[in-house]
Write a protein that binds this ligand. Structure first.
Ligand code: THU
Length: 130
């Protein structure tokens, strides 16, 4: 698990910037490139609700916009007792942009589980389907 501690810590810190006045559910994410670089994100909500973006996608789009293309892990941190898995929309984006990365779920109480992205999105739609 120590392989992921720095990533979890980065997601925990990013969570502190969450802008979630509507749900009050604060999420932090951190994405690790194959070269070790880390990009972070938090959820950003707005009054129309539907334009909210999840922490995972913020981190991924930051990384992509800076030219990164190869990743090996993404971490999601919340305060929830039940660890928070990525939503359906984020699973699609993680799969397409990051591939079969490790998905490291953690909470503030120190619980951690690690999943493979291919297990979280079986039989995916992606560029092989086009
Ligand atoms: N949220 C995330 O940022 N990531 C997740 O994995 C689950 C949900 C956000 C979206 C919204 O701002 C709040 O959590 C409640 O759904």
């Amino acid at each position: 698990m120590s392989d992921y501690q720095e990533l979890i810590d980065a997601a925990r810190r990013a969570r502190e910037n969450a802008l979630a006045p509507f749900s009050k559910f604060h999420v932090g994410a951190a994405l690790r490139g194959r070269d070790g670089r880390i990009w972070t994100g938090c959820n950003v909500e707005n009054a129309s609700y539907g334009l909210t973006i999840c922490a995972e996608r913020v981190a991924i789009f930051k990384a992509i916009s800076e030219g990164a293309r190869e990743f090996d892990a993404i971490s999601v941190v919340t305060a929830a007792e039940r660890l928070t898995p990525p939503c359906g929309a984020c699973r699609q984006i993680i799969w397409e942009m990051c591939g079969d990365v490790a998905v490291v779920l953690a909470n503030l109480q120190g619980e951690v589980t690690v999943h493979r992205m291919k297990d979280l999105l079986p039989f995916p739609f992606d560029n092989r389907s086009l």
